[in-house]
Design a protein around this ligand. Structure first.
Ligand SMILES: C=C(O[C@@H]1C=C(C(=O)O)C=C[C@H]1O)C(=O)O
Length: 455
């Protein structure tokens, strides 16, 4: 069983602690640390009562927000503002260096574009080729323990900056809405006809022998009458897909990426790394239907082929980076309204391999790209007709001794009154356009549940 995220569902309707007492202490400690230390400083204080992180996040002013709940670590962090932002040129090298100098507990949160060789379209431009933020303020919740943390850069920040950040916080957050507004319109790109054409083109490329598997995605944009609150949407997603990584990243300019993804790209702790192949999909179903879908997935030769491309790619990509790669037995997992085949892999990384290098060697796996990778990416560029942005890209955190990236699927981009949702499916010989369309629709099921659609 998966550990549940810290009781969001139970506490969704309760107001957060209104007492601001810990803030003066945090500010005094931070001011002291600014005087005495160099580089990044971090001060933390235990709050007297548990606080619901997404309700807290939704209540704060400003658009620079982030949230991370790691699937297996039982804690989550809600983040506000930026003590530092790393984006643009030499992102990997700068992030590596900055992460190595972080104090205990501090992490950059962010994500990378799926395909950096493609210039971003307007809606994804704010995220650039990648964007990582060291938050100014964080609320870290584990069980009933909630810690408020403040990050600062000694060479840049003044006590007045920190005071302003702390004074701007509210702990008097209204409960999150129990229901989100219904959308008033939906626009699909590609539409059903163009989807059929794209699948036919991908299958033709496979017949010619150009490529063996291509993951084709589509975008469904919902329009609402009023602006959608990304934190409220994510809170609903944590209920619809409790077993997932829950991620919120903003571009600093008012657009917000939201994901409830079942898939880990890689987690690194010291020299140890964990990754997984997730590919092959059926509906979750209920009762006897669930058992039928489970058996159908277990017995499907086509799904096993799709899955094997991913597992083999991952173990081959890790081999030169690791002294040991262990491939576990395949199993099935449930995610929102679907189930998948999953094969966990573990590795012991060589001494000179950084977490970012491991991530870079794995992305994009054939779960979201295809096989072989370059030909599959070319087909995606050719056939999809929209910018994936962070969808299917690596999203996560980097700290001093470790990092974790999830695959940014089951995701959407909130921009004012629009919510663009993205979902893809692995196309191999034997794939049928109708079934693949239905599969992508089922993959959007957690969002549909969160929005109260076709319940
Ligand atoms: C591409 C997506 O999902 C990926 C593709 C899968 C498949 O084709 O069976 C299954 C899980 C994911 O690795 C998505 O959800 O958008």
């Amino acid at each position: 069983m998966h550990p549940r995220p810290p009781a969001v569902s139970a506490r969704l309707h309760t107001a957060v602690d209104p007492r601001p007492r810990p803030r003066p202490r945090l500010w005094r400690e931070a001011t002291e640390a600014l005087r005495q230390r160099r580089g990044v400083i971090r001060v933390e204080t235990l709050l007297p009562d548990a606080v619901e992180p997404l309700a807290w996040l939704a209540a704060q002013d400003g658009s620079e927000k982030a949230f991370w709940h790691g699937r297996d670590d039982g804690s989550c962090r809600a983040a506000l503002g930026a003590a530092d932002v790393i984006e643009g040129e030499d992102l990997f090298a700068r992030l590596d260096e900055a992460a190595r100098a972080l104090p205990d507990g501090a992490r950059y949160l962010g994500g990378l574009r799926f395909d950096d060789s493609m210039a971003p379209e307007a809606e994804w431009a704010g995220f650039g080729s990648g964007r990582f933020v060291l938050p100014r303020v964080e609320l870290v919740a584990r069980g009933d323990r909630t810690v408020l943390a403040l990050n600062a850069v000694a060479s840049r920040d003044t006590p007045a900056d920190l005071r302003a950040a702390l004074d701007a916080l509210t702990f008097d957050a209204p409960p999150l809405a129990t229901r989100l507004d219904f959308p008033v319109a939906r626009l699909d790109r590609p539409d059903r006809e163009r989807w059929d054409e794209a699948i036919a083109s991908a299958l033709a490329a496979m017949e010619r022998g150009d490529v063996q598997k291509v993951v084709l995605a589509r975008r469904a944009t919902y329009r609402f009458e009023e602006g959608l609150d990304p934190a409220a949407l994510l809170a609903r997603l944590t209920i619809a897909a409790p077993e997932a990584f829950h991620v919120l990243l903003s571009d600093g300019e008012g657009r917000t990426f939201v994901a409830a993804t079942p898939e880990r790209l890689v987690r690194v702790e010291g020299r140890r790394a964990w990754t997984e192949a997730v590919a092959g999909t059926r509906r979750k179903g209920e009762g006897a239907g669930a058992l039928a879908f489970r058996d159908e997935l277990a017995g499907s030769e086509k799904d096993r082929r799709e899955h094997a491309f991913v597992r083999d790619f991952i173990s081959e990509a890790l081999a030169p980076l690791a002294s040991l790669v262990a491939v576990e037995a395949p199993r099935q997992i449930e995610a929102g309204r679907v189930r998948h085949l999953k094969t966990p892999l573990r590795a012991h990384l060589r001494g000179d391999v950084t977490p970012l290098a491991a991530m870079n060697a794995l992305h994009p796996t054939p779960a979201v790209g295809g096989t072989p990778t370059p030909e599959a990416l070319a087909a995606i560029r050719d056939l999809e007709g929209f910018d994936r942005g962070l969808y299917a890209g690596p999203v996560g955190w980097v700290g001093r001794d470790g990092a974790e990236f999830a695959v940014g699927i089951r995701s959407g981009l909130v921009c004012g009154t629009d919510l663009a949702l993205y979902a893809g499916a692995g196309i191999v010989p034997g794939s049928e356009a109708e079934a693949e369309w239905q599969e992508t629709e089922a993959k959007l099921g957690a969002f549909a549940d969160a929005l109260g659609l076709d319940a």
